[in-house]
Design a protein around this ligand. Structure first.
Ligand code: THU
Length: 138
């Protein structure tokens, strides 16, 4: 199974494919599935702003649409386009809620700090007291 450092490196590579002409903030994500497959994603912006999507959701939606729902870890790397990552880019609230749909409390999110560094936070810490599928699907 791929190590956290390698997953972070894949998120940084995916970041290079970011389409972010409006914010100039490039984000990449790498989602590790339980079967060892990795799906990457980047943020994809739009002139109408609203249709823009984050890197994390791109990766999650790619995975789900290819038949995966069992995830082991996510790595995220973000920062001004054209420059290497310098600080952590924590997932936005919408992406946290999308992770909540498929991932357990202990699901680890690795955030690149640049220069081969990263920090891990678990989903329960990123999105405490969350609304879950279990509440709705009784
Ligand atoms: N963005 C992500 O892709 N992921 C995050 O976790 C934070 C924000 C994107 C959305 C937008 O394209 C740009 O970064 C600036 O907010």
């Amino acid at each position: 199974m791929i190590k956290p450092k390698e997953l972070v490196a894949l998120a940084e590579q995916a970041r290079e494919r970011s389409y972010c002409p409006y914010s100039r903030f490039a984000v990449g994500a790498a989602l590790l599935c339980a079967d060892g497959t990795v799906f990457t994603g980047c943020n994809i912006e739009n002139a109408a702003f609203g249709p823009s999507v984050c890197a994390e959701r791109t990766a999650i939606f790619k995975a789900v649409s290819e038949g995966r729902r069992d995830f082991a870890a996510l790595a995220v790397a973000g920062g001004p386009a054209g420059s290497p990552v310098e600080r952590e880019c924590p997932p936005c609230g919408v992406c946290r809620q999308v992770l909540r749909e498929f991932c357990a409390d202990d699901f680890p999110v690795y955030m690149s700090g640049g220069n081969g560094t990263y920090r891990m936070l678990r989903l329960s810490r990123l999105l405490p007291a969350s609304f879950r599928a279990e509440e709705q699907l009784l």
